[in-house]
Design a protein around this ligand. Structure first.
Ligand code: HEC
Ligand code: HEC
Ligand code: HEC
Ligand code: HEC
Ligand code: HEC
Ligand code: HEC
Ligand code: HEC
Ligand code: HEC
Ligand code: HEC
Ligand code: HEC
Ligand code: HEC
Length: 355
């Protein structure tokens, strides 16, 4: 390195260090900064301003639903923390209505860039425990945080449809569902994986936002769309659990055995055989089922959901068994005869001795 280059390099390092120091003080600016409102920010950041104008955050406070419920509950201050910007707990006042730029970036020239899900979690908790559900969903979605799926400025989905969102990482499932009867009828990932229930503010009941993405935890209820009550087979479990013991390949809508072999819906024999082995054996030997059509599969006679066939007995009545083997009777007679001979001999002997 030449002397000139060395000096230039040192100067560059000093400059970078200065910038770094400057930057830390800049970012860690004391909250003495004043809230200035989104108009101030947008004057220099028009792009983000345009995106933000589409966001639900722009009316986090003026939103009619909020105003109505809030008024019903006596307009208490503790509702304002997440529906305003710069809320101060001690004075119970806020700087700006709505969820504005500075709610996420700090007041005035703080201009903090926080990309953590905890930023969203400050407000998306409590009555709408989105953040908590996401955290509790386990490690699987650690790489899929709020901003993977939602745009921070528009607050819309990053992708056109929810299915596309999930498909970023689960494309094989998307292909399976798309080709199934569900996909063709617009039933998508969210319908089964996200159980969404509104919050009930009047009774203090939290919402369910579906962000654990796990259908079992939600106790998915297939009968919310399907009127298929189960009889007898209801013993197989609660809600979706029962359905899944047969419709186990739920994404392709095929029947699935415990060993994960799958069958089309019109090939149920192996499935039924798994649990009704005796009847299956009878069926395969031709002693159960139709005499005229031994190929008829189980579901041609049994509705898999209500399998008993009331009052129609196509089976031969089971004959009552009778004892028609004579051998036991002969043994009995022989036994009595032998006993009698013995008794007679004893009587004869006694008589002899007495004489
Ligand atoms: C006078 C113009 C101006 C105003 C007003 C302004 N900014 Fe900035 N902002 C800038 C410039 C210049 C940068 C630096 C760009 C860079 O770091 O690449 C910046 C950077 C940022 C960044 C990125 C910081 C980072 O670490 O990457 C954020 C976030 C930000 N501004 C938010 C805001 C918010 C919120 C407001 C309103 C409270 C605001 N800005 C007001 C000019 C402005
Ligand atoms: C911890 C933060 C927080 C607190 C405290 C809070 N909310 Fe909210 N509220 C939110 C968030 C976040 C949403 C948006 C949730 C969503 O759409 O999933 C919301 C949405 C709402 C909505 C629905 C708005 C709509 O778009 O339909 C109403 C109504 C509401 N809140 C009322 C209240 C009332 C009343 C209180 C006080 C009892 C309150 N909130 C306290 C965070 C909060
Ligand atoms: C709900 C929270 C939230 C609100 C409200 C919000 N931002 Fe941001 N903003 C973010 C997050 C998070 C990032 C960082 C995104 C990243 O790096 O992936 C960001 C990034 C930025 C950046 C850096 C450049 C960029 O686009 O990545 C600027 C500038 C910015 N925001 C300005 C604004 C302005 C101006 C407003 C209001 C009109 C605003 N933001 C409202 C959360 C928010
Ligand atoms: C200061 C509190 C606050 C913060 C921080 C916040 N939000 Fe919100 N968010 C709200 C409130 C309040 C609503 C409800 C607004 C309404 O329905 O009018 C909301 C609504 C939403 C919605 C619903 C949009 C819709 O169409 O109904 C999404 C998505 C959202 N926020 C995502 C985020 C993300 C992602 C972050 C983090 C980058 C974030 N929010 C940070 C308070 C907040
Ligand atoms: C894997 C993708 C994914 C992740 C990660 C994710 N979300 Fe969502 N979010 C969704 C989907 C999908 C919906 C439902 C959209 C629908 O019903 O059409 C949704 C709905 C929402 C809504 C309600 C929007 C509305 O229209 O009412 C809010 C608010 C929200 N998410 C906030 C968050 C926050 C905050 C985080 C981080 C803690 C987060 N989400 C993480 C995919 C995700
Ligand atoms: C950024 C990538 C990513 C996105 C986007 C994503 N996932 Fe996942 N998901 C994963 C990873 C990684 C796993 C764990 C490994 C696996 O089972 O494939 C996982 C696992 C799962 C599981 C298994 C249960 C569990 O907790 O282990 C379900 C169910 C699931 N995801 C549903 C969804 C749904 C529904 C969506 C769309 C709303 C979605 N995922 C979006 C990455 C993602
Ligand atoms: C008809 C309801 C339904 C639909 C639609 C659905 N799923 Fe599932 N999914 C389930 C059920 C139920 C399970 C749990 C199966 C089990 O544990 O036996 C599951 C399990 C999963 C798993 C974890 C186990 C595995 O098979 O890897 C992932 C990942 C998943 N689904 C992703 C998706 C995605 C992505 C979509 C949308 C393209 C989707 N699912 C659509 C009901 C559904
Ligand atoms: C959001 C509504 C919805 C949910 C939830 C749902 N389904 Fe469906 N399902 C449909 C619709 C719509 C169809 C097509 C019309 C029909 O057959 O009823 C369908 C069709 C089916 C079919 C017929 C497949 C074929 O090829 O003929 C089966 C089997 C099925 N669903 C099982 C389930 C099971 C099991 C669950 C629960 C894990 C479930 N569905 C959850 C809406 C739903
Ligand atoms: C004992 C196994 C079994 C159980 C449990 C079961 N199914 Fe089925 N289901 C089947 C079989 C096999 C078929 C195909 C019947 C055929 O094609 O003749 C079927 C067909 C269907 C169909 C499409 C044909 C029709 O009847 O419209 C729907 C929808 C369905 N099942 C929903 C459900 C739901 C919802 C549950 C849970 C409440 C459930 N099933 C539980 C075995 C089962
Ligand atoms: C996962 C195991 C399982 C599968 C698969 C299964 N069953 Fe069952 N089945 C049961 C159980 C458990 C009962 C309840 C027995 C009871 O009530 O004593 C039952 C009851 C029945 C009954 C009524 C028996 C009675 O005592 O009245 C019939 C008929 C029947 N199943 C037929 C079928 C047919 C046909 C199939 C295939 C479509 C099938 N089952 C698949 C477990 C299963
Ligand atoms: C041709 C029609 C037909 C076919 C095919 C058929 N079954 Fe049956 N099954 C019946 C009739 C009828 C009964 C006696 C009526 C009843 O008890 O419900 C019966 C009884 C049963 C029972 C006992 C019910 C009880 O009350 O004890 C089971 C379990 C059963 N069948 C399973 C199967 C299985 C598994 C298959 C396929 C391998 C099958 N069936 C095929 C007509 C049929």
């Amino acid at each position: 390195m030449s002397k000139g280059k060395q000096i230039a390099f040192t100067l560059l390092l000093m400059y970078l260090a200065l910038v770094a120091i400057n930057r830390t003080t800049f970012v860690n600016a004391e909250p003495t900064e004043e809230y200035k409102g989104s108009g101030y920010c947008i004057s220099c950041h028009p792009d983000q301003g345009g995106e933000y104008s589409q966001s639900a955050h722009t009316n986090g406070y003026s939103n009619e639903d909020f105003q109505e419920v809030w008024a019903d509950l006596g307009s208490t201050a503790d509702c304002l923390e997440c529906h305003t910007t710069g809320y101060d707990k001690t004075t119970e006042t806020y700087a700006l209505a709505e969820v504005q730029c500075e709610a996420c970036h700090g007041p005035g020239d703080t201009m903090e860039r926080d990309t953590s899900p905890e930023l969203c979690g400050e407000c998306h908790t409590g009555p709408f425990p989105t953040y908590d559900e996401w955290v509790n969903s386990g490690p699987s979605h650690g790489t899929a945080d709020c901003m993977t799926c939602h745009n921070e400025h528009t607050s819309k989905m990053e992708f056109e449809t929810p299915d596309e969102t999930c498909g970023q990482c689960h494309d094989s499932h998307v292909i399976q569902v798309d080709d199934s009867t569900h996909g063709l009828n617009d039933v998508g990932c969210v319908d089964c994986h996200m159980n969404i229930e509104e919050a009930d503010f009047y009774n203090g009941i939290q919402a369910k936002t579906g962000h654990s993405f796990n259908p079992k935890e939600h106790e998915l209820d297939c009968s919310s769309c399907h009127d298929r009550p189960l009889e007898k087979h209801d013993v197989l479990g609660e809600k979706a659990t029962a359905c899944l013991s047969c419709h186990g390949d739920i994404h392709e809508l095929k029947l699935e055995l415990v060993n994960r072999e799958t069958y089309d819906n019109d090939e149920p024999v192996a499935l039924c055989a798994q649990c009704h082995n005796e009847r299956y054996t009878d069926w395969s030997q031709g002693t159960h089922g139709a005499h005229d059509n031994p190929q008829a599969v189980c579901t041609e006679c049994h509705d898999p959901h209500i399998p008993t066939i009331n009052k129609i007995s196509t089976l031969e009545p089971i004959p009552t068994r009778e004892l028609d083997d004579p051998a036991p009777l002969l043994y009995k007679i022989a036994f009595v005869v032998v006993l009698e001979i013995l008794a007679f001999s004893v009587w004869i002997l006694r008589r002899y001795n007495n004489v």
